[in-house]
Write a protein that binds this ligand. Structure first.
Ligand code: 2AM
Ligand code: CA
Ligand code: CA
Ligand code: CA
Length: 259
């Protein structure tokens, strides 16, 4: 795909996200319909479903030949990475959305033949959009992202998954102790925005493709490392524990994990 084509797609997607944000904000103070999925902490609301349907309809109209991988099931049954695949997380941080009406994100990514082309993470209430990809660079509300310093673990804050710390998975307690402090934000999107802006040196969580699809593109483009917790490449269609960090913090963490 050439750069001009990517720029046209980028402009179009930004329009969808603006509309999508307006739709969510319009309903933010309404009574939500909340259902559980795999357990009491795994939630979905009517807004998650509506927003996914909205984004699916925009993609279908704009790019009917593509396939869509959406968390709430309005997309397609995507089993291969061939061709254009759009990945949607309509509300990332649904628990935050339900309990705080704050600290949640809308995420969208475009992959072509398994390669990341464009990624978007929108902090809805903060009105912060991180966007871009390898051909155009990363933008923070439309401005080129400031280059993030290659900070080691011991000089930075580390974003972690609450349940993984509680179970001390992969020596998570040692990782937290060697950093300047851990933060548990409860939204992969909000954590990844913080890494991109240099507020966290890294983030670790067990994630699904819609949780890391956009973040992988943006962080790699910004010069950061995105791998499994064992330091291996991420598969675009599988769930895994993701380690996303500056180069130095990534190396520090793999040593603690024992890789
Ligand atoms: P979600 O809100 O889109 O489900 C913290 O919960 C982070 O982990 C959120 O980004 C959340 O995304 C993600 N997550 C992935 N799987 C989850 C699960 N089974 N239960 C709760 N959160 C999950
Ligand atoms: Ca979910
Ligand atoms: Ca998510
Ligand atoms: Ca979600």
């Amino acid at each position: 795909m050439d750069v001009n084509e990517i720029k046209v797609i980028d402009k179009t997607v930004k329009g969808w996200l603006k509309e999508s944000r307006d739709n969510v904000l319009r309903k933010i103070d309404t009574r939500l319909t909340v259902n559980t999925k795999s357990g009491r902490t795994d939630l979905v609301t009517n807004i998650d479903k509506q927003n996914e349907k909205f984004l699916v309809s925009k993609i279908r109209e704009f790019d009917p030949a593509s396939r869509i991988l959406g968390e709430e099931g309005s997309g397609d049954d995507v089993t291969t990475t061939i061709g254009r695949v759009w990945i949607i997380d309509p509300i990332d941080g649904t628990m935050n959305f339900v309990k705080q009406r704050n600290h949640f994100a809308i995420m969208l990514a475009l992959y072509v033949d398994g390669e990341g082309v464009l990624g978007y993470i929108l902090d809805v209430t903060g009105n912060h959009l991180l966007s871009g990809g390898p051909q155009i660079g990363v933008f923070d509300n439309g401005q080129p992202l400031t280059k993030v310093a290659d900070t080691p673990l011991r000089e930075g804050l580390m974003g972690l998954s609450g349940p993984m710390v509680l179970h001390n998975d992969y020596n998570m307690v040692d990782i937290a102790n060697q950093s300047l402090g851990m933060r548990v934000y409860g939204s992969a999107g909000i954590d990844i925005i913080s890494v991109l802006r240099g507020e966290l040196v890294g983030y670790i969580s067990y994630l699904k493709p819609w949780d890391f699809g956009a973040g992988k593109i943006l962080c790699e483009t910004a010069g950061m490392m995105v791998t499994t917790i064992d330091g291996k490449p991420l598969g675009m269609l599988s769930s895994t524990t993701v380690l996303l960090a500056t180069r130095r913090a990534h190396r520090d963490i793999l040593t603690i994990v024992g890789q």
